[in-house]
Design a protein around this ligand. Structure first.
Ligand SMILES: [Zn+2]
Ligand SMILES: [Zn+2]
Length: 124
């Protein structure tokens, strides 16, 4: 079974997921811009029981990050874990987004991802 490993910049928090993701997305919303400090977030959703974390991440509004280096890591609720794909130990990750959220906030110099569903705001 496929296992993907990720860690924060300083290495004190590690995550792993196994098996296929439920979906891969990109979000251009204001919260994602501010949280990431970048133009969008790139993330994958796995079932919560396919996800493990080692270390002691801090949390703000459900988003977990490393308290030492500030890397954004993941969010989870009861059923799903959302992993920020930039923390994976391989780059490029090769996981292609199947949808984009909040495309009305997308920078005009970014093009839509080929074949990805486009949502003006959140998925309905
Ligand atoms: Zn760290
Ligand atoms: Zn967002």
């Amino acid at each position: 079974m496929t296992v993907l490993l990720g860690k924060c910049l300083c290495g004190q928090v590690e995550v792993s997921v196994h098996g296929e993701p439920l979906r891969i997305g990109i979000c251009h919303c204001m919260d994602c811009r501010k949280e990431s400090g970048s133009a969008f977030t790139y993330y994958g959703i796995w079932p919560a029981d396919a996800f493990e974390c080692r270390g002691d991440p801090a949390e703000f509004r459900g988003q977990r990050f490393c308290p030492h280096c500030g890397s954004r890591l993941f969010a989870r609720d009861g059923e799903e874990a959302e992993i920020k794909l930039g923390i994976l130990s391989m780059a490029p990750a090769g996981l292609v987004p199947s949808y984009e959220l909040w495309v009305k906030r997308r920078e005009p110099w970014l093009r839509p991802v080929d074949g990805a569903e486009q949502y003006d705001e959140n998925r309905t």
